[in-house]
Each structure stands twice: as C-alpha cells, then as structure tokens.
Write a protein of this length. Structure first.
Lengths: 213, 692
C-alpha cells in the first residue's frame, strides 16, 4: 500500500515536470511562430514622436532629452506586431533605466501607457539595447531612453522586428528557469497536501463510523 | 562561484554536526551554523586575524563532516529533513543565478557602507574599522560583512554577486528553521518554505512599473527580519524547551545583536517574547543547566541577556580602541550626537511628557499616520509596508492568523498563542517607539521630517512577526489528533491545515500577481547600472593613463549628491580616494584637525553664496582647494564631471587649462587624470600620460 502511495506521489511530480518542460519549449516555438513572418524594419528618429526630447540641430540621428521623462512614441495606422525591438545608441552620460512601454488600446493618446506593460532593456554583446515583445499586436510603443534628462543620444540603428536566432527563442531567463523548477514542485506539493487532508478527513470519518457502530 | 559553494558546504557540514551532537532537527541547524559563523568571524575580525579565522573555520567544518560520516554513515541520511534539502537546493539556485546574471550594487547605502565594507574586508583581510576607506560609518556591527567574507573566503577576488548570494543563503536558512515543524510532510514543507521565500517580495510596497531589488540588495533590513523571525520560529518549533535548544537561542540572539544597531532592539524584544513564553507557558517543562522551574527561568534569562549584551559592548569597546572614535556618537554623519543611553533617556522623557519635545511629538504623530500608510493625510509610497498596503493592514492580517490558530488549538497551545500575541504587541509598540527616537534624535533635516525609508526600517519586525504567526498556525495544524477538538465534525488540526493552505496560497498568489517580475532578481536589466558602468569606464581610462596603486586621488564630480564619489571610492578601494572637500566650520576645521573625522562629504564645489543643503555642496575657491589638497596629502586629481564653475575658477590650476572640456564643463575628449605638482604652497595639475 505504501509503495503504491509513493509511486503515485512520484508520478504526480514526474507528470508536472514533464508538462513544465514541454510548456517551456512550446512557448518558445509559439513565440518563434508569431514572429518569424515579421519583416525587419529599420526606423529613423523621424518615425517617432519625440516627447520631452528634441532632435539635435545639424546632427542627423541625435536627440537630447530635455527632462527626466523623455519619450519616443512610435505608431502605425493599423495595429502592428512587434518582435524584437532594438535600439543601438550611445549617450554622453549615464541615463539610468531604459524601458519600453507598449499598449494595445486604441485610445492610447488619452489613456496613456500602463505601468503594467513595461519592459526593461536588455543588452546584446555588441552593446545594442533590445526589448522582446514576442510578436504581440500593439497599437503603439514608447521608448523611454533615460530617466535623467539632459542626455544627448547618438543613434546608430533602430530596428523593429530585428532578426533573432532560432536558439534565442529557447534561451533560459531567470523567470522561465524558476517557473520550470519551482512551478511543478509547488503545484504538486499543493495537490499532495490537499490529498493528505482529504485522506485524513476520510480516515476520521471511518473511525467515527466504526466507533458508532 | 566555487568559493560560494564551499561556503555553503561548510554551513551544511556544521549543520549536520550540530544536529548529531544536539540531537535535534536538522531543519533549524543551518541558521544556527550561520550564526556561529557570524560570531566566530566577528571575534577573529576584532582580533585582526580574519585569515586564520577562515582557515580554522573550514578545517573545523571538514573535520566535523568527516566525523559525522564516519560515525554514522547511512544513518546520516535519516537525519535529513525536507527543509534541509530545500535549503541546500534553493541556496545552490541562488548561487548559480547570481553567478550567471551578475547583479551589481546600485543603492546609495550599498556604496556608502554595506557593499563597500564587504569589498574592503575581502580585499584587505581586515575589518573595515582599521582598513583605509571612505566608508560613511565605521562603527556598524560586522555580522553580515564577515558572513559575506566567510562565504567568499576561497575566492581569488571580491565578487559583488557573492554578497547577494551570502545574504540569500542567510534568509533561506531562517526559512528552513521556520519550516521545521513540517519535517514529516514533504508537501507541507515545500508549501511553507516557498511561502517564506516569497516574503521579501511580499514586503515591498506595491508600485507598478518600479524595479524590485528584493534578494539583490545588501542592506541589512531583510537580514534583520529573517534573523528576528528565525530566532522566534526556531524557539517555537523546538519540541522541548531544554538546554540544547535554549542554549542555541543564545547564539542566535548574539548574532542578531551583531548585525546592526537596531539588531540590539530586535534581540531585546525577541528575548522578552521568549522569556515570557518560558515563564508563563513552559514553566513546568523547562530545563536549563539541569535546573528546573524558576531557577531555570532565571539562569536562562540571565544567559540570554548576556548573549545579547556582551557582543554589543565588546564591539563598542573595540571600535573605541581602534578608531579612537566614541562609538556612542550617533547621527547619520552629523556630529553633536548623543550616546544611545542619552537618546533613550531623552526619548523616554519626551514620551512620558516629563520633558516634552516638539520634534518628538511631530515625529510620533507622523509615525502613527505612517502606520496607516499615510503622510500628511495622503497615502504615500514611503509608508506602504507590503503588497496590500499599510502596516495597519498587516496587523489585521497577523491578528486574524493568530486568532485562527488560537481557536483551532488545544489548551496548552492556546495559552502559548495568547501570551505570544500580548508580548508581540508590546514588542511592536516598543519597536515603534524606538524607531521614533531614531527619527527624532539620530536622523537630521529632511530625512527626519519625512520619516525617510519608513517601510524599510519597520519591515523587520512585521516580517518576523508574520513568520511566527504562520509557524503558530502550523503548530495548530500539526497537533496530534487525540488531543484535538472538533468543529462541525472536522478535527481542528485539519481545519488549521486548510488554514495554512489558504494563507499560503493567498500570499503566493498576490506575490505572483503584484510583483514586477520584469525588473527583479529574476530579470536583471543592464540599464539598472548605467551610472556604475560609466564610473567604471572613467576609472578604466584613468588607469590606462597611468594610475598607480600609491596615488591618493581627489575626485571632482560636480552636480550630484556624492553618489558618483562613493561609486569611485568603491571602484578604487585599492588606491586611496581622498575625502571630498568640505568648508571648515567652527566645530570642524580641517586646517587644525587634519581631515574631517566624521566622513561627511560635499559633492560639488560652488562659488560663495551658492551653498546647497546637507551633503550637496561646499563653497570652495582655487586657493581653498589647493590648501586642502596639501593638508590631506592628495597626489592626483580625477576630473569626472566638470561644470561652468570648475572651468572658470579652476582652469588656471590645470596645466592644459582644461582643454578638451567645454565652457560648461562638457566632456570633449579632454584629459581626466592629473598629477598635482607642488611648488611650495602652490600647485599645478599636470595631465598624466603613459610614457610609451
């Protein structure tokens, strides 16, 4: 009986871990599927609406943030899909956090960008900043390049839907690794915990029935 | 990374050894092992024998592990509890995560003391009290610093992320100690341990879109919280209140006192809670030093008080001897402070209206508002204790858990829960009063008025308190069936078990949903560290142009609050960074005394009439600076950030007249590193080039 119990318990965890690992790869494949058809689209500063920032005169591809909340807003006439957004630029002084907001609202001009839809920048080995939106359909994206103000940015290249290698879709991140390691463990533990409670309850009832008969 | 793993192994070895000789549950032993390490290395640090302390520690750990294996062999495996395994696995996870993601220090406090101290101790193998540095405070207790040293002992050089890993392991050890009761159920241990691991995220005020630095900051607050909670969870989880477990609480209290000033207050409150529990609830069963009942209570009470006060006074005495600085001088950088005793007495007088103090009344009123999450009538982020808001809500939450535990317990346990509720309520009041004293007499200016970092400083008590409440609910859940009652036909332990599940899932759910995972320990963005990286680049340039280890460097970095200065101080810890200029005052004239002893800094040099506030700027002319540099023995200048005033007033001092720097101080490719060449009392700053 006990051996059976241990086998069942182990089976729960094996199944959950199997599901988690499978889900990890399925999510990667799904994201690849969503973005592989997207064409890489180079952008220039003229494609953006600059808020709290100004283009630098006589210098192509340079802008300066005029207060600590500069924003570069990009939109198209129709909602569009974004894969990996890259921003290759250098600044004359450290700018602090670089984030990308996105919105799926039609009326983002009035409703603004939600703090919940915010991605922090990662960096490629060559120094290019990037944000992965994994093929989300958005109405607008907003790049906040710095949180300092007075920073002069020299832009090399901005690209919508930059190329991303197949392997990169399965690259582990802290979040995904912890989810795969801890998720099944926790779910399995809760399932077993409830199972043990139910068993204790039923045993208690059995004892009562025996006692009363 | 190997160093960290070896450090972890040493903790596991000591844990196994302790479990064997004390015959108690292995789950609580990593916490005891870490506390022993803290005390061990603090003592060796004070004797200035850190390296020897490290060697002896690791030899002792190896020996104890070998002894355990040879005497018990297979039986050793029986001792292993689920919590112990979770502790080991989770610790390894954090070590690997940090080694891969390599988070860095980013907060002011990490550069002014906490992180910089860890680096200095590792680099010089001496305590920061004696090593040359620009730390803003030399007198903080060394507990966490030496623990980080122990974990990195075998590292060839200091690793920033190693500090985060060490701290995480400390948190995990106390979570394991708090999961001791569930040793027989793997499922229960996993659930409870995971809930505790989520606590640092739980105790962050909810702010969408703000980066979350839980588990990757090396300020002492979470460590204090985990030690405070861990001690009481350890006490309440031990089955018999006898010599072995009680003696170990002494070690835990000593380590807590040795973490930060406020560790003393927390240790005192923990002592009070434990002592009351022994006297009121364990009176019949307690046994200490082969004594029973009231004799045992008195001896234990005395023993544990000694464990608290000896480390505190030993450290104070040590700092006095070593730095010739009266450690009893409090004040965040301000002189004219008072000793802790004076603060307590003055504060008590203000509290009981013997000698009313308007400042105290104001801060006390603000503390009360802050308890409800408000400042000036408005809900303010500074006062949001946890994801659901104010401390008041947390109080309600804890009381509900305790009430549920009380209802579902049998008589002896009910008494214990009642006594605990009363003593912990007294504790939270005492802690709040202590903090009010701190805000009134230790903090100055704006930091005092706005109750700066209120949530961070109050957090340790609430964090620990919730841990203990959950442990008590767990005690109710794990009562033996025969002793329990029934409600609606269901045994109360079962109801309590479902209560644990409900609370646990609730906490995990809100942490999952409300934490900003996009910018957290699991998703580190390089853009957190742009300031750091730019400082590192300037340092690299200076080193490339020929910086020597013997140089004493004065940093000119205009326009900030000394953040960059402390980052430079941190990066150049091997070289000597000279304290920033501060205009002499009546109390503090560097011309007479040498250098400012209190370590305060003024970041920007400004013309007369433009003095800024505390710490920001100091009036300084070219003559002032040259005289100061001579007095302080600086040999080089590092020009980090210039501005119009520097260009105008100071460019005559520079041999190249600051060519390559714009009128307003913009960097246009000019030199950064200059040597100070003296001609009598005047100086010229010559650019340093590497001779090819």
């Amino acid at each position: 009986m006990k051996k059976n119990k241990i086998m069942w318990n182990r089976a729960i965890f094996i199944v959950l871990y199997g599901v988690a690992i499978l889900a990890y790869f399925i999510v990667g494949l799904f994201q690849w599927q969503c973005t592989k058809s997207l064409q890489a689209k180079p952008l220039t500063l003229e494609d953006f609406t600059l808020v709290s920032s100004l283009l630098v005169e006589n210098e192509p591809n340079a802008f300066v943030s005029t207060d600590p909340d500069p924003q570069l807003v990009y939109t198209q006439e129709q909602p569009f899909r974004v894969g990996r957004f890259t921003f290759s630029a250098t600044s004359n002084k450290p700018g602090g956090e670089m984030v990308l907001y996105y919105t799926q609202e039609q009326d983002y001009l009035t409703s603004g960008f939600s703090e919940k839809n915010k991605i922090w920048a990662k960096q490629l080995p060559n120094g290019t900043w990037y944000f992965d939106l994994e093929g989300k359909e958005v109405t607008a994206i907003r790049l906040d390049p710095d949180t300092v103000g007075g920073v002069v940015w020299q832009v090399n290249k901005i690209e919508l839907n930059a190329a991303k290698s197949f392997g990169a879709y399965f690259a582990p991140t802290g979040i995904s690794i912890l989810a795969v390691l801890l998720g099944p463990l926790l779910v399995g533990a809760i399932v077993l915990y409830i199972k043990q409670m139910v068993q204790t309850f039923l045993q208690g009832k059995k004892v009562e029935m025996v006692q009363s008969s | 990374m190997i160093a960290l793993i070896l450090g972890l192994f040493s903790i596991l070895a000591v844990s196994l050894f302790l479990a064997k000789i004390k015959k108690c549950s292995l789950s609580g032993m990593p916490l005891v092992a870490i506390c022993i390490a803290i005390i061990w290395f603090s003592i060796f640090g004070m004797l200035n024998l850190l390296v020897m302390g490290g060697v002896l520690w690791y030899i002792a750990c190896l020996a104890s592990l070998a002894w355990c294996i040879f005497t018990e062999k297979k039986q050793l495996l029986v001792r292993i509890t689920p919590a112990f395994i979770l502790f080991s696995v989770a610790s390894l996870f954090f070590i690997v995560l940090f080694a891969v993601t390599q988070p860095m220090f980013s907060q002011w406090d990490e550069f002014t003391f906490w992180g910089a101290a860890c680096k200095i101790v590792k680099d010089t193998n001496q305590l920061y009290t004696v090593a040359q540095s620009n730390l803003i405070a030399r007198s903080y207790q060394p507990g966490l610093i030496v623990f980080s040293y122990m974990m990195q002992f075998f590292g060839s050089s200091f690793m920033e992320y190693g500090v985060f890993a060490a701290f995480a392991i400390l948190y995990l050890a106390s979570f394991a100690a708090a999961s001791t009761l569930w040793a027989k159920t793997k499922a229960g241990t996993i659930l409870v341990f995971s809930v505790f691991c989520a606590f640092p995220f739980l105790f962050t005020g909810y702010q969408a879109g703000v980066a979350n630095f839980s588990y990757m900051n090396c300020m002492a607050d979470t460590a204090l919280a985990c030690l405070f909670g861990g001690i009481l969870c350890f006490y309440f989880s031990s089955k018999e209140k006898t010599g072995k477990s009680l003696a170990m609480t002494g070690i835990l209290l000593a380590a807590l006192t040795n973490v930060k000033d406020i560790g003393l207050a927390l240790a005192g409150i923990a002592w009070f809670i434990i002592f009351c529990d022994i006297v009121f609830c364990e009176y019949k069963n307690v046994m200490f030093c082969k004594l029973r009942k009231w004799k045992a209570c008195i001896v234990y009470g005395f023993y544990s008080l000694v464990c608290i006060f000896i480390p505190f006074f030993a450290w104070s005495k040590y700092v006095l001897i070593v730095t010739q600085q009266d450690r009893s001088n409090l004040g965040s950088g301000g002189s004219g402070g008072m000793s802790q005793m004076e603060m307590l007495i003055t504060g008590m007088k203000a509290l009981f209206r013997i000698q009313p103090d308007a400042v105290f009344d104001d801060r006390a009123a603000k503390m009360v508002q802050g308890f409800f999450g408000k400042y000036d009538g408005q809900i303010t982020p500074n006062f949001q204790l946890w994801l659901f808001g104010s401390a008041f809500r947390m109080l309600l939450f804890i009381l509900v858990v305790l009430a549920a535990a009380w209802v579902l317990s049998n008589k002896p346990l009910r008494k214990q829960i009642l006594v605990f509720t009363i003593t912990s309520l007294v504790g939270v009041l005492a802690f709040g009063i202590f903090l009010t004293f701190t805000y009134t007499y230790v903090f100055k200016g704006g930091e005092s008025e706005t109750l700066k970092d209120y949530a961070r400083y109050t957090m340790p008590y609430w964090f620990g308190w919730l841990m203990i409440a959950l442990v008590l609910l767990g005690k109710a859940a794990l009562q033996r069936g025969e002793e329990s009652k029934q409600i609606l036909g269901i045994g109360t332990p079962l109801i309590a078990k479902s209560g644990v599940l409900v609370v646990g899932v609730f906490i995990l759910a809100i942490v999952l949903m409300r934490t900003n995972w996009q910018a957290s320990v699991l998703n580190v963005s390089p853009s957190f560290y742009t300031e750091r990286i730019s400082v590192q680049q300037v340092v690299l340039k200076a080193k490339d142009s020929g910086m020597d280890p013997d140089d004493r460097v004065y940093i000119i970095s205009q326009g900030d609050n000394a953040t960059r200065f402390y980052m430079f101080s941190y990066e150049l810890a091997d070289e000597k960074v000279v304290p920033l200029y501060k205009a002499p005052t009546e109390e503090n004239d560097w011309r007479v005394e040498g250098v400012f002893p209190d370590g305060t800094t003024a970041a920007s040099l400004v013309p007369a009439g433009e003095e800024g506030g505390y710490k920001e700027s100091a009036v300084c002319t070219a003559e002032d600076l040259v005289a100061y540099l001579k007095a302080v023995g600086a040999t080089h200048i590092l020009l980090d950030v210039s501005d119009g005033y520097i260009q105008k007033e100071f460019s005559p001092l520079f041999f190249d007249e600051l060519e390559g720097w714009g009128e307003d101080g913009q960097y246009e490719g000019g030199n950064r590193y200059y040597e100070i060449v003296w001609q009598g009392d005047t100086a010229t700053f010559m650019p340093v080039y590497v001779s090819v």
